[in-house]
Write a protein that binds this ligand. Sequence first.
Ligand code: ADP
Ligand code: MG
Length: 445
Amino acid sequence: MGYSLSRTTLEEQWRSVQAQLIEEYGEATYSSWLKPLTIVDHLEGCLRLSAPNNFMRDWVKNHYADRVQAILQSVNDHIRQLDVIVDNSKSDKEFAEPQLLEIPEFGSNLDPRFTFENFIVGKPNELAHAAARKVAESQAVAFNPLFLYGGVGLGKTHLMHAIAWQIKKCYPKRKVIYLSAEKFMYQFVRALRFKDTVSFKEQFRSVDVLMIDDVQFISGKDSTQEEFFHTFNALVDQNRQIIISADKSPSDLEGMEERLKSRLGWGLVADIHPTTYELRLGILQAKADQMSASVPQKVLEFLAYKISSNVRELEGALTRVVAHSTLVGRDITLDTTQDVLRDLLRANDRRVTIDEIQKKVAEYYRIRVSDMHSPRRSRSVARPRQVAMYLAKQLTTRSLPEIGRKFGGRDHTTVLHAVKKVEELMGQEKIMCEDIELLRRTLES
Ligand code: ADP
Ligand code: MG
């Protein structure tokens, strides 16, 4: 039987997809790339969207189409394919006139909370932090470029904004611009399109410090990268400070020319490692103070333990707990916290399975995975097994009996004993704390 959808239904569904896209990609990305898309038609499971011009069509196809299709499919499983076309009936009005780079006013795209004062320094970020400070406070160009990289939500953008604010404080005359790589590329390709790269470069030359965030988005068309490479070199030659962030190291950036990759690594490359428990706790304490919220230490410790994916999620959790307590007018306790964050905690747990834990722990202590299930009791295997049980309790939502079953059908009291034992050892031996932290980190990364 044929299937057709009314236009209104489609439009409605598209609106809900759009709402989800804003949520996932943020307002800026959404408005630049996704908002201009409109529905053309829907035929035999293929939904066609139109973009204002070729450039935007290609960009959307390369960067967002898969995700858009997946979300579409989740609201309407009849849609099995997505196509983006350029609708020629709508002329490319906004692009008709060549436009020069829109350099954002200083501060207009910087978060006032992202300062060095608000940045908590710990082992995982101390190098990146020191390098950022150095670049911000040095009289001369320190290292060029400064390349900061690390996983999502670990503070790259925060550090970049902090550099900008600090330069403004130390050297008010310096001209600083901060752009996301997408914004930069968009402007840049637009200049290319209108053969206006000369004035584009001219404009950059008036800048003392150029910061480009999330540079992993600069991939794809060779000609674009070529131009980017030349602009980059021109700026370095003129002694302009360049600061770049990405989610990977220069050599691991995909879809990027070797020459550009290597060029990006010429200055100082500083990575931000996944957070440690101590750093997470420090951040939570600082945030709780900032919010003037009284949050019991136990709750902070619980959050620091449980939410280890990234700082953004950690902050979100704290905000939710505090907001809930303000709204219902009740104190924050461990119970209310677990209740308010049930879904989030579950999502954090789902990442690690007991099998993975057993495998990693066995590897770490150099025993066989089969020893996790075996009845052997010699200390050399019993201790690692206890560590694995402890981690299974901490990192998954499995109950004690379930965990016992996974360890060769052991009783839940054995698991409980293991958990207690490891906690006790962590209180006595630094090495045990380090082992656990390291294992937790590898398991969660
Ligand atoms: P990234 O750009 O690496 O994805 P962000 O810089 O946007 O991450 O950081 C995500 C959130 O976590 C921001 O609200 C930021 O202020 C906060 N954050 C990250 N690291 C720290 C830190 N060391 N101290 C304080 N806040 C941090
Ligand atoms: Mg960022």
